[in-house]
Design a protein around this ligand. Structure first.
Ligand SMILES: Nc1ncnc2c1ncn2[C@@H]1O[C@H](COP(=O)(O)OP(=O)(O)O)[C@@H](O)[C@H]1O
Ligand SMILES: [Mg+2]
Length: 400
């Protein structure tokens, strides 16, 4: 069918033509927004799940919901080995702009605090170029959020921004993607300041998204984090939602899938949103006419898999060194040895991986740690690991 009218959108963070199966999270977030704006205690949302389930897209939708309510919002993506100061400063700068506080001197003050906060990253000795803070021309405010202790600074900064929002009867939302990649000091400071802010009833929330072990990262940092955040597991779509994700956009273009085609699509994609978009796109391009049939799905599958091999799996696999690839393949083998379905999201014992490779577990720690850091695997419980990418085991076995 006409590729120009192809509605599907495979790609990280690509807004899907139909956001299926996320009504519950959207509704829950509306309640959070209302309550926080009224200064009532409320746990913020943290979205967790494997890669490709739609966390980034949902996080962006939550942000849009906040914007529609007149909130000031900002977003950042955490990166390993990067301090929170700079990206957070830009996100808050954006949020302050969106708030549209009518009194210029108060806005200037808040921006000046943000500048002091970010300059602290470079240290007082830093050259001018490093002190440059994008787009903020307000004079630096000294003695606020610039102590160098991230916890103190974050509490002061978020309190000031929250206060600015409270002044105008609005809220501020800070959206953090890939939250598991924040450094330990930043995580701990973030939890502490969210705790403080919620106690003072200021209308500011941090909304996060990250891999399945994010709750463990947060609670290892501060035991009370479970009471700060409401964890929402974002998972593959149910059959119903997956059908809707395909049918609704097709319907917009006066096309449809027949029943067997929908069944074949679910069998191939497992309901994982990224796979749904990739298959949807390939099948649309291959199908000669509507309705799309199971035969069309079968014909287009190799193309969809090729796309996924490059865009979804390959880009991650490429980041692994030879030793790390051996480790990944051993993980896939360990899963099959157990008789488990290696495509399932199951975890394997690190001891079993070592056994597959015929090595001592300790000697494999460097490979395992590097893979954890690269976000290819995660550890939800001690001594066990799992792929962060669904169907990764299957992809690896096909490689071999
Ligand atoms: N609820 C949904 N319904 C249909 N497609 C979705 C949904 N959520 C995400 N997608 C699609 O899935 C893909 C991955 O989404 P993304 O948000 O990048 O996942 P993650 O951040 O969890 O890795 C994108 O192509 C997106 O369009
Ligand atoms: Mg993402």
């Amino acid at each position: 069918m006409d590729p120009i009218r192809n509605p599907y959108a495979p790609g990280a963070g690509q807004r899907p033509p139909e956001l299926a199966g996320r009504d519950e999270q959207l509704r829950a977030f509306d309640v959070v927004l209302e309550r926080v704006a009224k200064g009532r205690p409320e746990r913020s949302l943290v979205l967790t799940g494997l890669r490709g389930v739609g966390k980034t897209v949902l996080l962006n939708m939550l942000r849009s919901a906040a914007v529609r309510k007149g909130w000031g919002t900002g977003k950042l993506e955490a990166r390993p080995d990067q301090s929170l100061r700079r990206p957070l400063a830009s996100a808050l700068h954006q949020a302050v702009r969106e708030l549209g506080h009518p009194e210029q001197d108060q806005v200037e003050h808040a921006l000046g605090v943000i500048r002091g906060f970010v300059q602290r990253d470079a240290g007082p000795q830093a050259r001018l170029r490093e002190q440059w803070s994008p787009g903020i021309d307000a004079p630096v405010v000294r003695g606020r959020a610039d102590s160098g202790d991230i916890e103190i600074d974050l509490v002061e900064l978020l309190s000031d921004i929250g206060g600015l929002a409270a002044d105008v009867g609005k809220g501020v939302g800070v959206f953090i993607d890939e939250m598991q990649d924040l450094g330990p000091d930043d995580v701990s400071a973030l939890c502490a300041s969210c705790h403080e802010i919620s106690q003072s009833g200021l209308p500011l929330i941090v909304v996060g998204a990250g891999l399945p072990h994010l709750p463990a990262v947060l609670s290892a940092s501060k035991s009370y984090s479970e009471r700060l955040f409401s964890y929402q597991r974002i998972d593959r779509l149910t059959r119903d939602a997956a059908d809707r994700a395909l049918q609704a956009p097709a319907g917009e273009e006066d096309a449809e899938f027949d029943d067997e085609a929908l069944e074949a699509m679910y069998a191939a994609t497992g309901g994982y949103p990224y796979f749904i978009q990739a298959y949807g796109k390939a099948v649309w391009d291959h199908a000669p006419r509507t309705p799309i049939t199971a035969a069309d799905v079968e014909l287009a599958a190799p193309e969809a898999e090729r796309e996924l091999a490059v865009g979804f799996f390959g880009s991650r696999y490429d980041r692994a060194t030879p030793a790390e690839r051996d480790y990944l393949r051993a993980m896939a083998d360990a899963a099959t040895d157990l008789g488990a379905d290696a495509d399932a999201v199951g975890s394997v014992a690190t001891a079993d991986v070592a056994a597959v490779l015929g090595k001592k577990p300790q000697s494999l720690s460097p490979a395992r740690d590097a893979l954890l850091k690269k976000g290819l695997i995660y550890s939800g419980e001690r001594g066990r690991i799992a792929f962060t990418v669904p169907h990764f085991g299957r992809y690896l076995r096909r490689q071999a």
